[in-house]
Design a protein around this ligand. Sequence first.
Ligand code: NAD
Ligand code: ZN
Length: 232
Amino acid sequence: MEKIVILTGAGISAESGLSTFRDEGGLWAQHRIEDVATPEGFARNPALVQGFYNARRVQAAGVHPNAAHKALARLQQDWPGEVMIVTQNVDSLHEAGGARGVIHMHGTLAGALCSACGHRWTAPPEMAVGEPCPACAQPTARPDVVWFGEMPYCMDEIYDHLASASLFAAIGTSGQVYPAAAFVHEAREAGARTVEINLEPTLGASGFDERVVGKATQTVPRWVDQLLARRS
Ligand code: NAD
Ligand code: ZN
C-alpha cells in the first residue's frame, strides 16, 4: 500500500497564531539565533534561553490546531497505507489535531532534558535556570529542543521512512535548514513523487515534482480531499 511521508515546518502552525521564524514581530525577530538556539548561547546566558522557551511554551499552550493539522490527521485515519508525519515544529498542534506517531525531529517544548545524564521528563510551564534533574539531581535541565549545531532526533528512522515512501510532501517549511531540507532528494531517489505546499514557492521549489501555493488551512484540506478521492 502506498506510503506517504509528510514533513512540516513553522508555516503549518502560522494560522494557529504561532509566528514563523521570518515573521516580523514574532519571538524570533526579537532574538538572535546564536543567543537563543545554540548550545553556546545556553552556556553563555541560560536565563535568556530558558526565558525565550518559557515564552514560546506559554504561547503554544494558548493556541489550537487549525484545519491543516486536522486534515493531516484525517489523512492518517482514512488513507489505506501508512502516513508518517515528521515535524520540525516544537509545538504539539499535530497531536492536538488528532495525529498519531508524529516524529518531532527538533524536539518539543513539552519536554525537559538533562544535559548531564540524558534523562527526559515533562517540562513545567516555566523552567528555571539550574533546575535539578529528577534522575541525577544535577542542575542541568534544559528544554528538550534541538539547537543549531546539534543532531536532530530520529534521523535513522526518518531516512528509513523516506526510503520506502511513494509520496513525499513538505508543508510550510522554507527548506533552508538541513538535514530536513534534503529529505525531498532522499524521497525522490527512493522513487517517491514529491510535492511542496507553501505560502510561496521556496528557493528549493524546483526540486519538487509539484508545487501548491497558498495558505495551509486552505491548501492542505483540499490536497487531502484530492488524495482520498483518488483512492476511492
Ligand atoms: P521557516 O520560518 O524557516 O519557514 C516557514 C515557511 O512557511 C516559509 O517558507 C513561509 O513562506 C511558510 N508559511 C508561512 N505562513 C504559511 C501559511 N499560512 N501556510 C503555508 N505556509 C506558510 O520555518 P521552518 O522551515 O520550519 O524552519 C525549520 C527549522 O529551522 C525550524 O524548526 C527552526 O528550528 C529553524 N529555524 C530557525 C530560524 C531562526 O530564526 N531561529 C530560522 C530558520 C529556521
Ligand atoms: Zn540528569
